[in-house]
Design a binder for this molecule. Sequence first.
Ligand code: GA4
Length: 329
Amino acid sequence: MVVPSPISFWAKKSRAVGIPTVDLSLDRESMSESIVDACEELGFFKVVNHGVDMEAVSRWEKEGAEFFAKPAPVKQRAGPAAPFGYGCKNIGCNGDTGELEYLTLHTNPASLFERSLTISEEPENFRSVANDYIEEVKDLACEILDLAAEGLQIADKYAFSRLIRDTHNDSVIRINHYPWGKKGPAPQRDQRPSPKTRIGFGEHSDPQILTLLRSNEVSGLQICTRDGLWVSVQPDPNAFYAIVGDAFQALTNGRFMSVRHRALANSTRTRMSMMYFGAPALDAWICPVPELISHDSPCLYQPFTWGEFKSAVYAMRLADSRLDLFKKV
Ligand code: GA4
């Protein structure tokens, strides 16, 4: 019997996995169909022709780069991230660590106001750049959520987007910076990390409804398929990547899958990624839309508020499967 070497085994298994792309310049039916397919199969897809003002994105990226270029003691004035502000290596408050530094900010104007004072010497400009970026990505997230609702044939076509359009929404933005340029092994495609591979941000699923991620041209992001295979995502600074979060999985009664992902830090170049995490208000109920509950698909989760879920999220470790806590027995 021929036993395949681990490398040929992984190379063979990974060949079939492609990242679905949704082109937002097509007709609504094709777009909604491909969004539903991608959310069901992978919980992840690339978005092109998204209509986001790339000037707003560049301005936000520049704010991030300028902040991370500051001396450590200056950056630390904006921290520790508990959970908002500047964080370095520590992720969350339960002992998770990573090879990165980051800025996490609540999108609420009052919170942004307060944070901007410790982040920038020009806080008003910082806030205006952040707000422009938030408006752009929020609109894109809402468009994707509306298309998803259409594709699922949900009567209330704004059932999902309404949650993140709510004035009390709990959405968050984050910039991750994987710096230091330490020499590591060249990134290997579609493989388990070798013992030498450094993890920049450990495996997890996002708790919110939908994440929009965009990075510079440096690779590092990997997503996990249903078969447990890690797939490297080719960076494309002109595109956004949509990530299904736990709350979207619950809202769709498990029809959509929140995707586990991670970032490797083995590049010799600085990687910067920016995320928008679309979340509802703390008192919003996360319960499956009625159209997705039937005799054959009974309700999988106990209803919970986003606030309850968030408390559970912060009490757990990064890699934990938080939605399991709310599964019906
Ligand atoms: C993962 C997604 C977002 O980055 C984040 C993260 C949050 C944090 O860094 O404060 C968490 C993590 C994330 C999930 C589990 C908890 C909370 C760190 C952590 C260990 C901002 C979020 O909302 O959840």
